[in-house]
Design a protein around this ligand. Structure first.
Ligand code: ADP
Ligand code: MG
Length: 600
């Protein structure tokens, strides 16, 4: 007798449920995704006991006919793909046809649905995967799914469930994640009969972003200029580098409306933030990426939260460029739009703000109103929105721009003096400005080195310096030697793990070279070339800048300060040191007057 048997369908559904339905939150995710695929604009999620006893999801979507409702709970039954080729151009959130049968196999399950074509709706009662009753009911167009006693027949799974609060936390995060990607759909979440959150439909996606990420973050969000390159479009928001997290949890990535975790996009995001974050910091961002359906494989994981891009490099480039563009734009001189906010925000003691936080409240009409997630405008509209939307919203008109561009940020400051031997104190017409002299000089030197400004200004050492590093460090250092040449640092391998330094960049002429080389070697051993040669070189240049820069507690003459300010004015990014820390703090006269209670 044969030992191999085909599993009964109920058992195979239970096995599928093991992958798809990990906890109540996964049930919520699958059911809400179905509601969105059905074009719903209103979805109500009611939960009891963290989803252990009840999950009830109702929508106003297209509903199902009697026959479809019966089919829907069969394994591999889907209305979303029909052929092989459909699998490689998926436009819906679901496609595997296994969520409903999987959930129904491990719960007491009810489906009530009406597609609005028949007079009566359909109700199907299923327990542990077995249909118990099919009846006609009166129901509005749409679908209601009730999941009770989840895992009642899989006790081990049930045992693995965490506390009610933990499970409810997962459910709320799941709904928030989805809600962020679908701003024009209203989501209501209730727990034990009480409202947890009502995400009302937002005509401006910025409102939904603020709603989900927290209102306090709103003034720190910078809108990404919508990009459209080679069929890939991108929009979204990045938070100021001052607002960071210590994990990737503040990074929301949506690919064709699907919330995913993706290393390529995350890496590109970090690249866009390069030089602005401190070690261990994670940026916050909401990225909406739309790619042609046949350029992304969504059938990578049963839970459908991972994807694979056909052309990862292309996506990487678009994201990195757009993110750094948004941050650079945010660093530019203030437009009238955010000058007002600026004076509001710059209260003394509130040091985490920079001048020029753009307002994001203006419309960002990059979402369709169809309930089909976000859709970017066409190429033409998109360039139009760049012209009309971005530059008019977030930046001054051309006439205002010329006057603003002319207005110097640092070169025109009047020097008051030095504070604590460490900070340069200056004033402009309406602001008190404090500049970290070391950070400012670091930025200047970093950009000079990066632009090869010091080429030819290297200084030969009278006695070459011999330096030992570890063997693994030596391997890495050797790779960088040719690139160091351009900065004026001439260093040669001397066999084994020994190197000889012959010349140094002029900016380092007066400094000890050994500590710098050792720090560079350590840094390379730590980060290596994981993110490419350019990043590795940037890390080295920022170390050189750090070693060469004027220190804290160093007295400077007025001339030296003036020169520093003029050089800072020339910098591409004069607001942060190369490590991403702010190098200046500004207080508006108004905010000072407020602090002194001269005005209210
Ligand atoms: P999939 O979403 O992968 O197609 P599911 O098991 O989640 O598989 O759903 C099976 C089918 O049931 C769907 O393809 C869809 O036709 C139908 N369906 C499920 N939920 C809804 C809903 N809320 N509204 C309308 N149709 C639905
Ligand atoms: Mg589904």
């Amino acid at each position: 007798m044969s030992k191999i048997k085909i599993l009964p369908e109920i058992l195979s559904n239970k096995i599928a449920a093991g992958e798809v339905v990990e906890r109540p939150a996964s049930v919520v995710k699958e059911l809400v995704e179905n509601s969105l695929d059905a074009n719903s604009t209103r979805i109500i999620i009611e939960v009891e006991k963290g989803g252990r006893s009840l999950i009830r999801i109702s929508d106003n979507g297209i509903g199902m006919s009697h026959d479809d409702a019966l089919l829907a709970t069969e394994r591999y039954a889907t209305s979303k793909i029909y052929t092989d080729s459909d699998l490689f151009s998926i436009n819906t959130l679901g496609f595997r046809g296994e969520a409903l049968p999987s959930i129904a196999s491990v719960s007491c399950f009810v489906i009530e649905t009406n597609d609005g074509n028949d007079e009566a709706g359909t109700r199907i009662d299923i327990k542990g995967g077995i249909i118990k009753k099919v009846s006609e009911i009166g129901a509005p167009r749409g679908t209601l799914i009730i999941v009770q006693h989840l895992f009642f027949n899989t006790p081990v799974r049930r045992k693995f469930l965490k506390t009610i609060n933990t499970e409810m936390g997962h459910i709320a995060d799941t709904v928030a994640n989805i809600a962020l990607g679908w701003p024009d759909v209203r989501f209501s979440l209730l727990h034990n009969g009480k409202k947890v959150k009502d995400w009302v439909a937002a005509s401006d996606p910025g409102d939904r972003v603020a709603d989900v990420l927290g209102k306090d973050i709103r003034n720190n969000l910078h809108r990404i200029v919508p990009h459209r390159t080679g069929g890939v479009s991108l929009s979204g928001w990045v938070a100021s580098p001052q607002v960071t997290r210590s994990t990737s949890r503040g990074i929301y990535i949506y690919v064709n409306g699907r919330c995913v975790r993706d290393r390529t996009v995350q890496h590109a995001l970090f690249e866009g933030f390069a030089g602005r974050l401190m070690k261990g910091q994670f940026p916050m961002a909401v990225l909406f990426i739309n790619v042609p359906a046949d350029e992304v494989d969504v059938n990578v994981h049963p839970r459908k939260n991972e994807i694979r891009f056909l052309e990862g490099n292309k996506i990487h480039g678009v994201v990195a460029e757009a993110v750094s563009g948004a941050l650079n734009l945010a660093d530019r001189p203030v437009s009238p739009c955010f000058q007002e906010q600026d004076s509001e925000q710059h209260t003394a003691g509130k040091q985490d703000q920079e001048p020029g936080q753009p307002c994001v409240s203006e419309s960002a009409p990059h979402f369709s109103a169809s309930g089909k997630g976000h859709a970017l405008p066409s190429e033409k509209e998109s360039s139009q929105s760049v012209k009309n939307g971005i530059f008019q919203e977030n930046r001054p008109s051309p006439a205002e721009q010329t006057t603003l561009w002319k207005k110097k940020q640092f070169g025109d400051l009047r020097v008051i003096g030095q504070f604590s031997g460490t900070y340069i104190l200056c004033e402009s017409e309406k602001e008190l400005v404090l500049i970290d002299q070391h950070a400012a000089h670091e930025r200047i030197l970093f950009e000079q080195l990066k632009n090869r400004g010091s080429k030819g200004t290297s200084q030969r050492l009278l006695i070459p310096e011999t330096i030992d590093v570890s063997y693994s460090e030596a391997n890495l250092l050797e790779k960088l030697i040719p690139h160091f040449q351009e900065t004026g640092l001439e260093i040669e391998p001397f066999g084994g793990n020994t190197f000889v330094v012959k010349s140094v960049p002029a900016i380092l002429g007066h400094r000890e070279i050994r500590p710098l080389i050792i720090e560079i070697a350590e840094k390379m051993a730590e980060t290596g070339f994981n993110s490419g040669l350019e990043d590795a070189m940037d890390a080295c240049l920022s170390l050189m800048a750090c070693h060469g820069a004027i220190r804290a507690n160093q007295q400077l003459s007025d001339e030296q300060i003036k020169q520093l300010l003029n050089q800072l004015e020339e910098c591409e990014n004069p607001f942060h040191c190369p490590h991403g820390r702010p190098l200046q703090i500004r207080w508006s006269l108004q905010s000072l007057e407020k602090s002194f209670k001269r005005i209210v």
